[in-house]
Write a protein that binds this ligand. Structure first.
Ligand code: SAH
Length: 220
């Protein structure tokens, strides 16, 4: 039996259930998103030494100066992206440990996720395989130009902050009409933005203040 997967003590399904209740109290209302987060064992994505904190609503280090996003932010971005609808094809920029991609795999038919740091890409691939998640397509690449060969997408999520709007202008072209993109933007002050594409063009709205690692160009 795989002890890590079965989950003991602080990493049990009951602990995860408490996190879901907290997300609900914080305003996450999309039951599909809450069910997806209830299903994905977050402790599997982080170092065993930090596993007891896996179901606290905090971001945690995953090595290489990067972090696994706070559960509330993962839930919020997924909820905004979904907008109450089933997603077909989704792109994530910044796989990190693969947690957000795993959550997306439960609410979208097909997920593409791009990571620029090779060891993180490799570990995410191993973790997703261990969890038997087969509809996530991971790429080791610089995601700042999106993923033209798999475009268009119903949804695009950025897990790292875009320094300037010019970048989102390139990425939003890879949305279908009716598609949505959720991204953090800014350097000192960061906000989450929603970009919606319709027949007449793009509409942008600013959501809440956030704190993400910056997007970095090129592979590492
Ligand atoms: N999605 C993760 C969060 C990862 S943190 C989660 O579920 O918790 C953001 C990630 O974006 C880091 O791993 C970082 O290496 C990656 N990143 C930064 N710039 C990038 C770029 N240009 N292309 C692809 N990935 C990038």
């Amino acid at each position: 039996m795989n002890l890590r997967l079965s989950g003991i003590g602080m990493t049990s399904a009951r602990t995860r259930g408490r996190l879901i209740e907290r997300l609900r109290a914080e305003g996450i209302a999309d039951e599909t998103v809450l069910a997806a987060m209830n299903e994905i064992p977050r402790h599997i994505f982080i170092d065993e030494a930090l596993a007891t904190r896996a179901y606290d609503d905090v971001s945690l280090p995953i090595g290489h100066g990067q972090t696994i996003s706070q559960p509330y932010i993962v839930a919020r971005m997924t909820e905004v992206l979904r907008n109450g609808k089933q997603l077909n094809r989704v792109l994530e920029i910044g796989t990190g440990c693969g947690y957000q991609a795993a959550v997306l795999s439960k609410v979208a038919k097909e997920v593409y996720s791009v990571e620029r740091i090779q060891p993180l890409y490799e570990r995410a691939r191993k973790t997703l395989r261990e969890l038997k998640i087969n509809n996530v397509n991971l790429r080791y690449a610089d995601g700042s130009a999106g993923l033209p060969d798999a475009a268009p997408f119903d949804g695009i999520i950025m897990a790292c902050a875009a320094p300037a709007p010019a970048l989102s202008a390139v990425l939003r072209e890879q949305l279908v009409v009716g598609g949505r993109m959720v991204l953090p933007m800014g350097t000192q002050e960061q906000y989450l933005y929603l970009i919606e594409r319709d027949e007449s063009g793009f509409r942008e709205s600013r959501l809440e203040a956030v704190k993400f690692v910056p997007l970095v160009m090129g592979k590492a």
